[in-house]
Design a protein around this ligand. Structure first.
Ligand code: HEC
Length: 288
């Protein structure tokens, strides 16, 4: 072999080793994550597609801990610092993030639970930590996490003594985002937008201060159903409903499905639009 060819081979081999190392480093984070997800090692929580199907009487306290990585100008906190749930009970909790910078930033949250051995039984159905999340300048969002703690926690001798779990999140800035989702999808309900939607979708039949085609709606949040001077349908009169925010969410999605035989024909299919309208109705008063 000519010295020249030998040199070429050595350099090629060296490059191949280097490339191999590069590939390994690039994938090791992914591999490590995969390993943790399968084994629950290192307090990694489990991702599941569906909510829990059964619950047991024993409960566990879940505390939330939030952090931001160095240099990330986000405020990040749990809406409630902790929640107590029965094993197998679905819980929907919210985390608030605000971008205090003057430019949009993409972040990704890492997470773990302590004690680490509980990670195997901490099941997340929905979490902002599954995605890269983008926050516009000055914008905030309330991000949901839907989880349950598997009842097997109580039967595994290794975790039977666990009565308290801490779920920690740390947001880091993603410098080269691949497929960020807009956190605007979790924007808190906006009463100003709600007022516009009310004018567009409801005012044809509803006023705040008086009955027209439909009953007056000023101050409706918290009011009993069919409680104003208006010729209500028998169905709504006998419904026994109170217009809590949750009841209004269900009602506006499909009034006929909630109260069979009601005279209200309107449906608002988009949950965020319903939330905006309800946020606006909350600001109104009877007769206003
Ligand atoms: C095409 C007419 C029409 C539109 C549009 C309409 N509604 Fe109604 N709404 C009615 C009627 C009629 C009733 C009375 C239903 C009954 O008696 O069964 C009613 C009842 C209600 C009630 C129950 C009030 C009470 O006193 O118990 C609420 C709440 C309500 N509507 C909210 C809305 C909102 C919010 C919108 C807009 C997103 C809307 N409606 C759009 C006709 C309408």
């Amino acid at each position: 072999m000519s010295p020249r060819r030998q040199k070429f081979l050595t350099v090629s081999a060296f490059c191949a080793v280097l490339a191999g190392m590069g590939v390994l480093t690039a994938y090791s984070v992914t591999l490590y994550r995969l390993f943790c997800q399968v084994t629950g090692a290192n307090g990694t929580t489990q991702r599941v597609a569906t909510e829990s199907t059964h619950r047991i009487a024993r409960s566990v306290r879940v505390r939330f801990d939030t952090n931001v990585g160095p240099g990330l100008p986000w405020q990040f906190e749990p809406v409630s610092p902790e929640v107590t749930v029965q094993l197998g009970q679905d819980a929907l909790v919210f985390f608030r993030a605000k971008n205090t910078a003057d430019h949009a930033i993409v972040g990704r949250a890492t997470f773990n639970v302590t004690p680490e051995k509980a990670g195997l039984y901490f099941k997340k159905v929905q979490c902002f930590c599954f995605n890269e999340e983008k926050l516009e300048p000055g914008a905030s969002a309330e991000m949901p996490v839907d989880f349950y703690v598997d009842p097997q926690l109580a039967t595994d001798p290794n975790t039977a003594d666990v009565h308290e779990i801490t779920l920690s999140y740390t947001f880091f800035e993603t410098r080269k985002p691949e497929a960020p989702l807009a956190l605007a999808r979790f924007a808190p309900p906006d009463p100003v937008l709600g007022e516009k939607l009310f004018a567009q979708d409801c005012s044809e039949c509803h006023r705040l201060d008086r009955a027209v085609v439909g009953p007056a709606l000023g101050g409706v949040v918290g009011r009993a159903a069919a409680a104003t001077a208006y010729p209500y349908s028998a169905a709504l009169k006998s419904s026994g409903l109170v217009w809590t925010e949750a009841a209004l969410q269900t009602w506006l999605a499909d009034p006929q499905a909630m109260v069979k035989g009601t005279a209200m024909p309107m449906q608002i299919p988009e949950p965020a639009a319903r939330a905006d309208i309800i946020a606006y109705l909350k600001t109104t008063h009877p007769g206003s």
